[in-house]
Design a protein around this ligand. Structure first.
Ligand code: SF4
Length: 401
């Protein structure tokens, strides 16, 4: 039986900006998700018996904040009216931050929304790729939004897409976050997806650049205790490497419906959320059905899902047989295998070599250097490893490749 953990909802495909690395083909379409479609999705999700613990709903577009706050007030009330009392539900927004004002801050607080803002570093780095529709940099508006969140006391994290330029300057990135009071950061790499071919992936030595960036960033963070509450790539790699033997790794991206994505028209996809908007010569599209016409339970038994599942499972088995990193990855991201290798039935990608292998190498190199102090460290809260004073000198000693 599937276990839904995350529902990704596209309230509109429209985005008010036009990033150079965006792969979404429909970002000029200003269609809006109907209340009826929201009701059809959530009534089926709650009735499916596929929820285990809580549920996170991510509002991800396009740009979710191009819709008025009242759209979300209504949507949240509707979802709440359908939700069983015992189900814990959290809403999250991923936004470019350019439209954040006091009214949005008040709404985020009132509805207890987890807010993620996309910003790629200081102005000179951010504006390389994150451009307005007229081609101008969007940094000034994004940083104004972030400052507003801070002034209003709204917790948030940032996601920064690392380019070849930013990978070369970890100190500048670090100083930027510290100067803006940003203490929760997630790093993405510019991926090849859909029609977009990553500029970064074409750079010679990009995987070592990623390793060296993380190493230096970690060293700086460890030397400045209290400045960072969360550095996703380091915290996740550390947690996975040092987890108890009996803790089974669950890869949401290869489990049907663990992540369930719906576009504004009610079309449903699963596995990697990016598959919702993609097409391929082999599969056509990756739409399992439409929530306004079809039952989720029928989609689970449908031919589209069965074929994808067969191929994704075969790719996972290849990873299990061939890859030393399988225990911390679980067979990776189907969308990256398809986009880079042309098939789900494949293993390594540039994406996984960077985000999985090199991040894990860094933690393993650190552990080797720490020698028998790891036992002592494992008894502490390992999530805090990056900021632990114990780690400071050791992180600094991790060799540069
Ligand atoms: S790191 Fe890459 S090759 Fe290894 S299991 Fe993950 S996706 Fe497969």
């Amino acid at each position: 039986m599937p276990h839904i953990q995350l529902v990704v909802v596209q309230p509109t495909p429209f985005c008010n900006i036009n990033c150079r690395y965006c792969y979404l083909p429909d970002r000029s379409n200003n269609a809006v998700l109907a209340d009826e479609t929201i009701a059809n999705l959530f009534s089926q999700v709650f009735a499916s018996g596929w929820l285990q613990h809580g549920l996170t709903v991510v509002w991800h577009a396009g740009e979710p904040m191009v819709l008025p706050i009242d759209f979300y007030r209504r949507a949240f009330r509707l979802i709440d009216s359908l939700k069983p009392a015992e189900t814990e539900l959290t809403h999250a927004f991923q936004t470019n931050g350019t439209l954040i004002d006091d009214a949005w801050c008040a709404f985020f607080t009132e509805a207890d929304v987890n807010v993620g803002v996309s910003i790629d570093g200081p102005k000179r780095l951010h504006d390389i790729n994150r451009r307005s529709r007229s081609g101008h940099g969007t940094f000034d508006k994004t940083i104004a939004g972030i400052r507003r969140l801070r002034e209003r006391g709204v917790p948030f994290h940032v996601i920064s897409v690392l380019s070849a330029e930013s990978l070369a300057v970890p100190r500048e990135m670090f100083d930027f976050y510290v100067s803006e009071g940003i203490d929760r950061v997630c790093f993405n790499v510019e991926e090849s997806e859909g029609g977009h071919v990553s500029r970064s992936f074409g750079e010679t030595g990009i995987e070592d650049s990623y390793y060296n960036f993380l190493r230096e960033f970690w060293r700086l963070a460890a030397a400045a205790p209290g400045k960072f509450g969360f550095i996703r790539e380091i915290d996740d790699a550390t947690r996975l490497v040092l987890r108890p033997k009996e803790a089974v790794f669950f890869n949401q991206l290869v489990e049907p419906f663990a992540i369930t994505s719906m576009d504004w028209a009610g079309n449903i996809a699963t596995f990697s959320p990016e598959l919702l908007g993609l097409k391929s010569a082999e599969y056509g599209d990756f739409i399992l059905g439409n929530i306004n016409r079809d039952k989720l339970t029928d989609m689970a038994a449908g031919a589209v899902l069965q074929r994808m599942r067969r191929d994704i499972d075969a790719g996972v088995e290849l990873c299990r047989e061939r890859c030393d990193y399988f225990s911390i990855c679980g067979g990776g991201e189907p969308v990256n295998k398809l986009s880079e290798n042309g098939s789900f039935v494949s293993t390594e990608t540039t994406y996984c070599r960077m985000s999985k292998m090199r991040a894990t190498d860094l933690v393993l190199d650190l552990i080797e250097l720490m020698g028998n102090r790891v036992g002592e460290l494992a008894d502490t809260d390992i999530r805090n490893l990056g900021a632990a004073p114990l780690a400071t000198d050791v992180v600094a000693a991790v060799p540069v490749n």
